[in-house]
Design a protein around this ligand. Structure first.
Ligand code: SF4
Length: 242
């Protein structure tokens, strides 16, 4: 990476630090919902290095790829177990599996939304409950819905503010940051998985497909979200799970 690119990247990272510093002054307690994706490598590094007062958690849905557990373990080792791992509520999970089977999420959009509700949304709601604002690594480039976001906005679904300090970062900048610091990352990113969720619900994308095309690929919709980020309601479907 050239000297100019390095300086620009450092400037971008400094802007993230400024945003987080201002947010702490404004909201007090902050928590980062760590997706363990490429953007998460950037935010984990910045937060773990410079913001000991910001908490971090990651949701272990129980259906993650082995490569995702590997990168989680590397982050815990590198940053001293800074990431709290949050699990779904066990009785709720047992009821879900009893009702729809272990892979019931393939059977319908409602079944899939129910699974995301138990494995992701409820643990998320629990993890952010005590905070005034949560941090996410979403970027505008990732989807038409995310392109409409703001760096700070009220998240009415969960009753706290949402901060997106990487909103205007490009994918190239994310990877420049990862490479410049030799950060760990999910090995699936090298196998055409730009967006990684649960193992049974994520596949590699083909050339020319959108970066989220591998998520819930059997659902024929332009906007697939698990409920942690907004999505428009689809015809004949209840509004975002959420
Ligand atoms: S992504 Fe798939 S396995 Fe994971 S919570 Fe949602 S439906 Fe369930």
């Amino acid at each position: 990476m050239g000297k100019l690119a390095t300086l620009e990247l450092e400037d971008r990272a400094a802007q993230v630090r400024e945003q987080l510093t201002a947010a702490i002054a404004q909201y007090g307690r902050l928590v980062y919902s760590n997706s363990l994706g490429a953007e998460a490598m950037v935010l984990t590094d910045i937060i773990a290095t410079d913001f000991p007062q910001i908490d971090m958690f990651s949701i272990d849905t129980g259906r993650l790829h082995e490569q995702t557990y590997t990168v989680l373990e590397k982050l815990q080792h590198r940053y001293g177990n800074r990431i709290r791992v949050v699990a779904p509520d066990a009785p709720s999970l047992e009821r879900l599996v009893a009702a729809q089977g272990v892979n019931g999420f393939y059977s319908s959009v409602d079944a899939r939304v129910s699974c995301c509700g138990v494995r992701k949304v409820e643990p998320f709601r629990r993890a952010v409950a005590a905070y005034a604002a949560w941090i996410t690594g979403v970027r505008r480039e990732q989807s038409a819905e995310r392109a409409q976001g703001a760096p700070q906005e009220w998240d009415a679904r969960y009753g706290l503010y949402k901060l997106s300090p990487l909103l205007d970062w490009s994918e190239a900048e994310v990877w420049q940051y990862i490479r410049a610091r030799a950060l760990p990352y999910n090995a699936l990113h090298d196998r055409q998985y730009p967006s990684i969720g649960c193992s049974p619900c994520t596949r590699a994308i083909q050339p020319g497909e959108s970066r989220r095309a591998g998520r819930w690929w059997w659902e024929q919709t332009e906007s697939r979200e698990c409920g942690l980020q907004p999505r428009p309601p689809l015809p004949g479907q209840r509004a975002a799970v959420a």
